[in-house]
Design a protein around this ligand. Structure first.
Ligand SMILES: Cc1cc2nc3c(=O)[nH]c(=O)nc-3n(C[C@H](O)[C@H](O)[C@H](O)COP(=O)(O)OP(=O)(O)OC[C@H]3O[C@@H](n4cnc5c(N)ncnc54)[C@H](O)[C@@H]3O)c2cc1C
Length: 385
């Protein structure tokens, strides 16, 4: 068992850090308060080889590991928290599920733009009546000869106001086995991206409307029966979500730590008050424990998709640590922490959302309990006889 990064990983981390300091540091505060996807950062990252880190070289990616992609998020977020979203979009999000299951033709059509930062892909899973109970989704996909006709609505999709292509969970037939997914390009007739609404984090999302939207059957990513494979791919998204939660918690922690050494009250630096020292001890413990769980899930994936159980444990730990630490950092920094002069408050708002997105902490606990008891616990009401 080795708790250190390898020499190669350390060198990669240093190179990402240098890139971030050179290109992303100056506008970090401004970028955090920009609601739309930072396209200019995506272009820069593409040139630096930071998009498609885990995608095979033959598909246009870097052929790296999931742990490499986690390192990239950590290093970018430590300099510019908002830019970590670009690492997520280019490595962990629907792009990764797409790259796992797409046909060679689909990869040829979509991947080049996504990996060059010329486009971004958004995931349409959640519906007004299907949130945590995602298998209740209604979005209909009717196969008609060589076409598929889509009808339904999606909500809360990250980057939806800016996305060029959407990976949409659909229903080809009844039950879990009827669920699959399709790829829909922006501008397809019958597909409307609604007016943007805001999240607490400042990011925007648009409702997606499909009204007799006709796509080619060549755009089916996973047909009926694809749901389990899709969710397996979604575990990578959860690892990226965990890494960002933790990295933003650590960003706020570092701000608060520095503040506590400089700011004086009652004639002493804040760090000399035991009431605050204990807060830092708790924060350090939470960050370090969650980091080990994150690294375990990422490292054990070793070229495969990460384990559902280890991912759930890591996400729960990182989501809680990230938010609790950022929240405490705001407290330690007083009025300055609550002000938009620093990114502490941004990290707090941002990490709050990841306790809901990508599997809420309650749903993760349900999954962990299944691992604990080695059985499933169906959440639905049993059917009446
Ligand atoms: C920042 C952010 C980004 C998002 N990005 C995307 C995206 O890109 N694509 C996409 O499709 N969706 C996205 N979502 C939506 C997200 O996946 C859903 O919000 C999430 O699945 C919860 O669904 P819901 O909001 O409908 O809440 P509900 O499912 O209504 O749940 C409400 C509360 O009840 C709890 N709950 C529900 N069922 C149970 C249960 N069985 N046991 C215990 N507690 C339970 C939940 O944990 C939650 O606290 C995003 C959400 C956020 C906040």
């Amino acid at each position: 068992m080795n708790f250190e990064l390898t020499e190669e990983q350390r060198m990669f981390a240093e190179s990402v850090r240098r890139f971030a300091e050179t290109h992303l540091a100056a506008d970090a505060l401004k970028r955090a308060h920009t609601s739309r996807f930072p396209v200019e950062v995506a272009r820069l990252m593409a040139e630096q080889g930071l998009l498609g880190i885990t995608i095979p070289v033959e598909d246009g990616g870097q052929g790296g590991t999931l742990m490499d992609a986690v390192i990239a998020i950590e290093q970018v977020a430590s300099v510019c928290p908002r830019s970590a979203d670009v690492v997520q979009a280019g490595n962990f999000g629907p792009i990764r599920t797409f790259a796992e299951y797409a046909t060679p033709e689909q990869k040829k059509h979509f991947l080049a733009d996504l990996l060059a930062g010329r486009g971004v892909i958004s995931l349409g899973m959640t519906e007004p009546e299907a949130g945590s109970a995602v298998t209740e989704l209604r979005m209909a996909a009717k196969v008609e000869d060589d076409d598929v006709v889509l009808n339904g609505t999606k909500i809360f999709s990250t980057h939806s106001p800016d996305a060029s292509v959407f990976l949409i969970y659909v229903r080809f037939g009844p039950g879990v086995d009827g669920i699959g997914s399709v790829l829909v390009e922006r501008g397809t007739p019958g597909f409307t991206v609604g007016q943007p609404s805001g999240f607490m984090s400042g990011e925007e999302w648009s409702q997606l409307y499909f009204e007799n939207c006709r796509i080619s059957a060549a755009n089916v990513l996973l047909g009926p029966g694809g749901f389990k494979r899709q969710i397996a791919g979604f575990n990578v998204e959860r690892i990226g979500n965990s890494a960002r939660s933790l990295a933003l918690g650590r960003y706020a922690y570092n701000l608060a730590r520095e503040h506590a050494t400089i700011r004086k009250q009652f004639g002493r630096p804040l760090c000399e008050f035991q009431g605050l020292q204990w807060k830092f001890a708790d924060m350090a413990l939470k960050l370090e424990a969650a980091q080990l769980l994150l690294y375990r899930a990422a490292t054990n994936a070793e070229g495969r998709l990460p384990s559902a159980y280890e991912t759930a444990v890591a996400k729960l730990a990182c989501n809680q640590a990230g938010f609790e630490v950022a929240n405490e950092a705001v407290q330690v920094m007083g009025g300055l922490g609550y002000s938009q002069e620093t990114l502490a408050e941004y990290c707090m708002r941002r990490t709050r959302g990841w306790m809901i997105a990508g599997g809420s902490i309650e749903i993760l606990k349900n999954r962990i309990a299944e691992g604990v008891f080695e059985r499933t616990f169906p959440q639905r009401q049993p059917k009446a006889n």
